[in-house]
Design a protein around this ligand. Structure first.
Ligand SMILES: [Fe+2]
Length: 197
């Protein structure tokens, strides 16, 4: 493995989790549905813990948590652009539209987050010693939560859009009702939504 690229992944992952905290704080201001608010506030707490887990991995790698990289700065800016998009939607004054924007921003953020942790899990498999141990522990603690964040948010996004379109929606979404934690499970839940309406 390319050690410097593993470090680059860690820098981006930490920056993205920090941005994720702000994404969820803002998404919570946009959420209207009470169960969605509950879901987002759970994800916010978990994202705070992901930051902590990554910081302990940095320690094992003897890596400065503030170390800059060109792409880390871009990850930061992308996160802030999601926050700005939600703030603009709130200012526009249509609460249902702002809630949809927030769901989409969460899905965008969680897509990168999911990729980061999939790659970190692959690195953890290869690494040995203190670094491998620390990364495996972090992946173990976080992986299932990341699956839930992505698949359930996608479900919320789709179902709230269905509702906005005047179609029958399944709320909370099938992914959440079925406690989906895999891509296959998410596909199955979406397929079965017709029976749940
Ligand atoms: Fe995360």
């Amino acid at each position: 493995m390319q050690a410097t690229q593993v470090e680059e992944l860690l820098l981006q992952a930490l920056e993205h989790e920090r941005g994720g905290v702000m994404v969820y704080e803002t998404a919570l201001e946009c959420a209207v549905n009470d169960e969605l608010k509950e879901e987002f506030s759970k994800y916010l707490d978990e994202t705070h813990s992901h930051v902590k887990h990554l910081e302990s991995v940095f320690e094992a790698f003897d890596l400065d948590i503030e170390q800059a990289s060109p792409v880390r700065a871009i990850v930061h800016d992308l996160g802030m652009s999601l926050v700005e998009a939600m703030k603009s939607a709130l200012l526009a004054g249509d609460a249902a539209a702002a809630e949809l924007v927030a769901c989409e921003c969460v899905v965008l953020a969680e897509t990168k987050d999911h990729l980061n942790w999939t790659l970190l899990a692959a690195c953890a498999d290869k690494l040995t010693g203190a670094q491998g141990k620390a990364l495996k522990a972090a992946v173990e603690a976080v992986e299932d939560q990341e699956d839930e964040h992505l698949y359930h948010s996608k479900g919320w996004c789709r179902e709230l859009w269905m509702k906005a379109l005047g179609m029958k929606a399944v709320l909370p979404p099938p992914e959440e009702r079925k406690h989906v934690k895999t891509a296959i499970g998410a596909a199955r839940a979406e397929q079965q939504r017709g029976e749940m309406r």
